[in-house]
Ligand binder design. Sequence first.
Ligand code: C5P
Length: 300
Amino acid sequence: MTPPDHPVRELTGLPAPAKLNLFLHITGRRADGYHLLQSVFMLVDWQDTIDLVLREDGQLSREDSGTRLALPDNDLCVRAADALRQATGCTLGAHIRLHKQIPAEAGMGGGSSDAATCLIGLNRLWHLGLARAELARIGLALGADVPFFIGGHNAWVEGVGEQLTPVHLPRRRFVVVKPPTGASTPKIFASPALKRDTKTATMQGFAADENAEAMLDMEKLFAHTRNDLQPVAQGLCPDIERCILWLFSQGLQGRMTGSGSAVFAPLPDAFDALAPLPEGWVARICSSLDAHPLTDWISG
Ligand code: C5P
């Protein structure tokens, strides 16, 4: 995109989409305690939006449109902005306004996506010109899921979340259900009951043909995979199993995304209406995205 003639002072309505993990296998643990995983991450159209307003006084501030309360310094958006300044020596500031839609503690990557959108947007607002790989490196220090959102495409993900291979996924609708309760991600990963030795697979093993770029076959994927975090998460948060059973009662096969507690199920084309939800649950019918809406904002 051509730079504007006059300095841009704010960028508004920047999207931060959520993700679903179509499966999540834990294949090992690194010496630093982080887990090696294999997963397919898929972008969906349930999204937060972010406004970035230039502050020339060098301050970073953040507001949530829902609460309008000042948030703590360890907020992931502020940390992303700070990490970007440290990496580049930039002395400009920003006011970050977050319009939160994605449920927290859902395993949908909401916080990581917000951080990624802040990195992408501030890279532009502050005229830093960092390429994708550099933004992803900064993002990884903020959270294992951040590089995926910087990457911009649905991906086969390995390592601790930083090794990304773009994959084509069939467009699909999903129902996503989030109970009011959740379980702590570090607690799930730290559980002695967690299965950490799932055999490593190759991406080609799931693809519709031998071409690595081929479209993954969703039904085949579900039949041969699982979320290794789910049994431990269900033990800590019984609502997760209730969500799975609620979906099952409507003929849908549910699976947890990430470390939960949201659960999702692919929808058959003919599916029209969901049963009434128990008190306190939220549910939404989402569609997969082919790419992050801001992917063209970064080079590389
Ligand atoms: O990186 P992120 O903040 O998303 O991770 C939250 C916690 O989940 C980490 O502190 C770590 O305990 C655990 N984790 C892990 N292996 C990963 C990702 C996360 O052990 N690949």
